[in-house]
Design a protein around this ligand. Structure first.
Ligand code: SAM
Length: 306
């Protein structure tokens, strides 16, 4: 037994009866699984996992035999009461996802909430998480950040999220599938401008790990030439980090600036260009801040004044 394994056995008796263990599993490199995670996977009464075949492979590689129960977004409602009953009856449950930490863009959150509400102990066995791994290796500010994960698919919700990201001062962490990466980068270019700092992390912890930066424009060009393959986490610098403007600027203030220029006779397009050159925000994003009514009212006022 090496010193890590000894530590696992001497710290405390695990797994304890009636506890839910949220277990981080590797995001690519099997060696990132901790000895403690391995022990819990071996000893819990049952393992709830996203895909029994996928997790079966993991257990096989670790030479662990244990019962797996599928727990994914399509059976959450029916599985939670069963799992809570098991916990109450004294079983210990391990919760894992296909990779990384359950609950981070993966099933788990609802089970964890329900377990807490029914008074069960929830213990996290920390492990790899693509968001945090990408963030700390990006070189972008990590003292304050926000996690967006996958952006909404619905057009209206997506635009709302992108507008908020455009003015977000903290570093933003995003997940995206390879076949949608270019579309996301185009949207970031449209909403945040080409000069916004960014670092795209590909295949973290794996053999072909790659980090591509350093501005939205450069990264977009790179992936237009190099087909995106593998898994991607995107770390986007905050708004103030590439702007010389007052960093307390917000949407209301931007709208006010746009309206003031329009009232003074500028077209919406010219106003957007002016503010874009000062703020580093994209023209299209600024244009999108002006809803049609507001713009036409100001332009009408403008005509009347003339
Ligand atoms: N719960 C997981 C975690 O803690 O990292 C994330 C699950 S989410 C469904 C999967 C997304 O995470 C992928 O689409 C990709 O954006 C990101 N991801 C997972 N593994 C990655 C890796 N090795 N390199 C870069 N990004 C990764």
């Amino acid at each position: 037994m090496d010193c890590l394994e000894k530590e696992v056995f001497t710290q405390r008796a695990e797994p304890a009866s009636g506890n839910l263990y949220v277990i981080g599993t590797p995001i690519g490199n099997l060696a990132d699984l901790s000895p403690r995670a391995k022990l819990i996977l071996k000893e819990v009464s049952i393992i709830a996992c996203e895909d029994t075949r996928h997790s079966g492979q993991l257990l096989k590689k670790l030479s662990i035999q244990n019962s797996l129960l599928s727990f994914h977004k399509h059976n959450t409602k029916s599985r939670i009461p069963k799992l809570l009953k098991d916990l109450k009856s004294g079983l210990s449950i391990g919760l894992i996802s296909d990779a990384g930490l359950p609950g981070i863009s993966d099933p788990g959150e609802e089970l964890i909430k329900a377990a807490k509400e029914t008074g069960c102990n929830v213990i996290c066995i920390p492990g790899p998480c693509a968001a945090i791994t990408a963030l700390v290796s990006s070189g972008l500010p990590s003292n304050r950040f926000c996690f967006e994960g996958f952006l909404p698919i619905k057009n209206k919700d997506r635009k709302k999220a992108l507008s908020a990201i455009a003015l977000e001062k903290r570093t933003t962490v995003l997940y995206e599938a390879p076949h949608k990466l270019i579309k996301l980068l185009e949207e970031l270019s449209e909403y945040c401008g080409n000069s916004r700092p960014i670092e795209v992390a590909r295949e973290l912890t794996k053999r072909y790990e790659e980090h591509v930066g350093s501005t939205v424009g450069e990264v977009l060009k790179y992936f237009q030439k190099t087909k995106p393959r593998g898994e991607f986490t995107i770390i986007l610098g905050g708004y103030s980090s590439n702007s010389n403007e007052n960093s307390s600027i917000d949407i209301a203030e931007l709208k006010e600036k746009m309206l003031s220029l329009i009232k003074d006779g500028s077209t919406v397009s010219f106003a957007a260009k002016e503010i874009s050159s000062k703020s580093g925000l994209s023209k299209r994003f600024l244009y999108s801040l002006m809803n049609k009514n507001q713009t036409s009212n100001s332009q009408e006022e403008n005509k009347e004044a003339k």
